[in-house]
Ligand binder design. Structure first.
Ligand code: 0WD
Length: 255
């Protein structure tokens, strides 16, 4: 028995085995959740299939969250496997690479700002709207944020406002979905070397400087994020909604 026994959870945002979403999937699998997976495009399909196989999942479906039809089609296909399920993990963010360089004010563009907001924040509520009627009472939605929403982190640039919007989205979604018995939370993760992180200039340097400044004197891993994610979607966390929980080794509380 695990504390997610019998729960059906959908995982988005696996790009490879370094992805935070993969750490989450493994932790949930350990707690006996039944998992389904999305992949953004055919380039990523094989990698997601490999991951799904490891955790015994047969649900691997395309979903590009930049496109409303793709989201609609995805949940329609998912309903052929699961007419009801217990929640999803939104582990998705994107902004064009030219938005992560130089001075924020000089380099941010209308298009870059719009794309970052659409894919990294709006897509969370778009997915919730399309799946609301399929989610069981007691269900849980989870997304991934970063401290750049609260503080100006060099080179994080346009993704900072996108994460701030995502965190506000969490609170508004939690308020709207609360009466349906659905909880909505975010994990604000410490920096982890992934594909998405490689878009941020100086990420390695930042990671090295980060370690001694955390309260725990260590960086976090995808396992750390995964374990908190498993807890948050479980019945152990039934009283928690609308929260942004830092899983960052105590970086944000240290001076
Ligand atoms: O330090 C880090 N790595 C942190 C990441 C610290 C704190 C938060 N996060 C957040 C990210 O901002 C993101 O929201 O965690 C989430 C997952 O990021 P990750 O695990 O670091 O990155 P990665 O393994 O690259 O997965 C993100 C995936 C995409 O991968 P690529 O790299 O191919 O863009 O998001 C998915 C895609 O699989 N994605 C989409 N999925 C569906 N539709 C789309 C889209 N339009 N765009 C990106």
């Amino acid at each position: 028995m695990g504390f997610l026994s019998g729960k059906r959870i959908l995982i988005t945002g696996i790009a490879n085995k370094q992805s935070i979403a993969w750490g989450i999937a493994q932790a949930m699998h350990k707690q006996k959740a039944i998992l389904g997976f999305t992949y953004e495009n055919n380039r990523l399909r094989i990698r997601v299939e490999e991951c799904a196989k490891i955790v015994g999942s047969e649900i691997i479906l395309p979903c590009d969250v930049s496109n409303d039809t793709s989201i609609k089609d995805f949940f329609c296909k998912l309903s052929e496997f699961w007419n009801k399920f217990d929640g999803f993990v939104h582990s998705i963010a994107f902004a064009p690479s030219d938005q992560f360089v130089g001075d924020y004010v000089n380099n941010v563009t209308r298009e870059g700002f719009k794309i970052a907001q659409e894919i990294s924040s709006y897509s969370f509520v778009a997915m919730a709207r399309e799946s609301r009627s399929m989610i069981n009472k007691g269900g849980s939605l989870l997304t991934l944020s970063y401290l750049g929403s609260e503080r100006a982190v060099p080179f994080y640039n346009v993704m900072g406002p996108a994460k701030a919007s995502l965190e506000a989205n969490v609170r508004y979604m939690a308020h709207a979905l609360g009466p349906d018995g659905i909880r909505v939370n975010a994990i604000s993760a410490g920096p982890i070397r992934t594909l998405a992180a490689s878009a941020i200039k100086n990420f390695r340097k930042m990671l090295a400087e980060y370690t001694p400044r955390t309260a725990l004197h260590r960086n976090v891993s995808i396992e750390d994020i995964g374990n908190t994610a498993a807890f948050l979607v479980s019945e152990l966390a039934l009283g928690i909604t609308g929260e942004v929980i830092h899983v960052d080794g105590g970086f944000n509380i240290a001076f």
